[in-house]
Structures are given as C-alpha cells and as structure tokens.
Design a binder for this molecule. Structure first.
Ligand code: HEM
Length: 377
C-alpha cells in the first residue's frame, strides 16, 4: 500500500506499521472560545483526509492568483508515502495552570490525563515539553511529513501556535510482524519485544481505552494515551564503552538482538540462567530485565519512537538520541510505574538524559463527516 485511510475505528499511526520518518508537533491554543477550537479541529480533519490521501490542502483548487496558495506546494508530485496524522489532546487543553476550565470540557477530562510526575534524573526543558494539542506525522518521506505539519500549522494561524516540534529519522520500533527490527543510535535492535499490530488481543488489552475505563471520559473509548519523551543519548561516552558493558546494560547481544540468557532474537529472556560466576546472565540493572512485563505487573506498551540528531553542541558532541513515543491504555498503570523504576535503576540511564516530556489523550478514529475528537465537544 502507498496510503492508509484516514477514517476508521482507531486513528491511523498507532498500530500502523511504523513508517521511516517522523515530524511530531505540539501546539498551544491561543484562541479562547470553544467554537474557535472546534473550527480548528474541523479544518485539521478535512486537511488530514486530503494530505494522507496524497492530495493538497484545498483538494487541488489553485485559489485566487492574488492570494497565497491554499497548499504550500513542496509535496506536489510526491506520492502519499504512507503518511498518517494522529491527533492528541494534552491536559492543559482542559484546564490551565490555575485550574480554570478553558473550554468548558474539564468535566470530561480523562482521569489519567494529568502532567506526568517528575521522574528521577529528569532534566526537562519546558520549551520541549507539554502542549495543548499534538500531531504525530509519520511518512516514508520526510518532505511529506514536514509538509503536513507545516500546512496544519498554517491552518492553525490565529487559533493555535507551534510550541515545539521534533523530527525523527529511522524508526526505533517495529509495530508489525511484517517489519524487520530496526536499530537505535546505540546500535542495538529496538522493538523486538514490542507489541505488534497482529497481536490484537494484547493490543485491545494494553493500547485501546475500553468503553468503561473512565465513565467521565467515554469519548476516549477506542482511543489511547500517547507518551512522548525526548531522550538525549551521550553518544560519545557510549562509543567509548566496551561491547561487553554495552550488551550487559541492554541485556541483549548487539549483532543478533538475542537475550543474553541465550537463543535467538525472538526467544524470551530467561532471568534464571546464571553464568560460571554464579551471577545471572541478564543483570538485575539491565534494561530488558527492568522493562520486562514480568517485572511490571504484566503491562505491555506499544513503542513507536524514532532516532533524532539535531546538530551538535559547542564541544562537538552530537545532540542526538531517541524520541520515545509509546501508546498505552492507561499511563497510571502502563507507563508511570515502569518509567519510575527505569529512571532509578536502569544501567542505561548513565548514558541518557530525558529533556522533553508530554502526555496526550488520543481520541478514537474519525468517522466520515465527523471531526477528530468530536465526541468530546
Ligand atoms: C526494550 C532500548 C527507553 C521500555 C528495549 C530494547 C532496547 C531498548 C535495545 C530491547 C529490544 C526490544 O525488545 O525492543 C532503549 C533505549 C532507550 C529506551 C536506547 C532510551 C533512549 C525506554 C523507555 C521505556 C522503555 C523510556 C519505558 C518507560 C521498553 C520495553 C521494552 C524495551 C517495555 C521491552 C522489554 C521486553 O518485554 O523484553 N529498549 N529503550 N524503553 N524497552 Fe527500551
């Protein structure tokens, strides 16, 4: 396929096989009325239908010669490139810092939609965190993803302003069994044990919000929560670390991605296997062990992150890392406990710095004639 339908029971861009490129954008709503917010969501929905199907904003109408063109033009002639646009609502869309109900929707704010807590070693930059609205644009061509975010930002002019955005290249997860496991910038296969679209029972249990999960936010049923974390990697330090140490920190071997307890990439890790020194082959502080469902009340998450490199600092170190994106049914059970444990005990943390953070509620899919998030309003 070269394109995915925009309409459906769930938004595209979640279990959709992860595309190669990302442009993620968070917006602050500057308008003050619900009517203006709804008008923006209507416009965004109409544009998203056009863009994901490979059309221009405005559906190919050239517009008046004296006016700016309805579409910015840089994707003309490019294929749809499997573009998906996935929309989310942040906690601050519902209530401001003083607790004021901004658009008369705070009574329907999902219980779990609160700013994430401060985790050990967090070093967050507010300018790279939070936001009222988010759009995740994924495509196989970066120009197509950037074009989509640019045109949505343009439509938002006067209603919402871009707060922060992140480009990503090289997916760091597979979300379908049809995909090969990619590698992150530490050089390790990433996404081996990820939830896959084909595991529909597990996806129902761990990704989609259920009809009765949250009686005051029934509009979110069939949706999900999106956690975004901009995680910088100390690449130069990592590159001076021995292969043995690197593998012990991850808990898998670098070439195959197999668990250090033995077997091949897709064999489950065995935490009971010990080496000749009597110590477990999978160290207690290894990432794979601490993140494994057996250590986390059986929870799974659908990871959908991307590598990023945003130039370098004055000392010649790459500003690079992993833009972590995960979709979960409930961040209170499926993200916060695991992140707390990893931040405190994961050996990898010595090489990581969390610089950006955001949580969004992702409404269910859009039916023809509706706009995204309609049931909330
Ligand atoms: C697994 C790397 C951050 C959750 C893995 C694997 C690697 C990896 C190499 C093994 C392959 C796989 O199963 O995908 C990284 C790096 C990170 C990072 C480099 C930061 C830059 C996180 C964070 C979380 C997380 C923040 C969640 C809070 C998981 C989970 C697994 C996993 C749930 C699968 C564990 C299993 O079931 O075996 N990660 N990860 N990771 N990671 Fe991470």
């Amino acid at each position: 396929v070269d394109r995915y339908p925009f309409h459906g029971a769930h938004q595209a861009g979640i279990v959709t096989p992860a595309q190669d490129r990302l442009h993620f954008a968070a917006f602050d709503v500057t308008a003050t009325t619900r009517a203006e917010l709804v008008a923006l969501l209507r416009e965004w929905t109409a544009a998203a239908v056009q863009l994901t199907q490979g059309h221009t904003v405005g559906g190919g109408t050239p517009g008046a010669y004296e006016a700016p063109p309805p579409d910015t033009g840089e994707a003309l002639g490019l294929p749809p490139s499997r573009l998906t646009l996935t929309f989310g609502f942040g906690p601050s869309l519902f209530r401001d810092a003083e607790g004021k109900d901004r658009f008369g929707i705070d009574g329907r704010r999902p219980r779990a939609l609160r700013p994430l807590p401060h985790f050990p070693k967090d070093n967050l930059d507010p300018a790279r965190s939070d936001g009222d609205l988010c759009v995740q644009a994924c495509a196989d061509d970066p120009q197509v993803a950037v074009h989509a975010i640019r045109n949505l930002s343009r439509l938002a002019f006067g209603t919402a302003a871009l707060r922060w955005s992140q480009l990503g290249f090289g997916r760091t997860s597979s979300t379908s069994r049809t995909q090969q496991t990619p590698r992150n910038l530490f050089g390790f296969k990433d996404g081996t044990a990820n939830l896959k679209a084909e595991e529909t029972r597990l996806v129902d249990d761990h990704v989609w919000v259920g009809a009765d999960d949250d009686p005051r936010a029934r509009w979110l049923a069939g949706g999900s929560y999106l956690v975004a974390r901009r995680i910088n990697m100390n690449i130069e330090t990592w590159d001076r670390t021995s292969l043995r140490e690197q593998e012990n920190l991850v808990g898998r071997d670098r070439s195959e991605g197999a668990p250090l307890s033995g077997g091949k990439e897709f064999n489950p890790p065995d935490f009971t296997v010990k080496g000749s020194d009597g110590k477990p082959l999978l160290a207690a502080d290894s990432h794979v062990r601490l993140a494994h469902p057996s250590q986390n009340d059986g929870v799974r998450m659908l990871r959908r992150g991307y590598n990023f490199t945003d130039g370098n600092d004055a000392l010649g170190r790459l500003d690079a890392g992993l833009f972590f994106v995960a979709y979960v049914r409930d961040p209170d059970t499926h993200y916060i406990p695991m992140q707390t444990r990893l931040a405190a005990r994961d050996g990898l943390m010595e090489y990581l710095q969390h610089r950006g953070s955001a949580l969004f509620a992702v409404p269910p899919g859009v039916r023809r004639g509706e706009y995204v998030g309609q049931a909330l309003f």
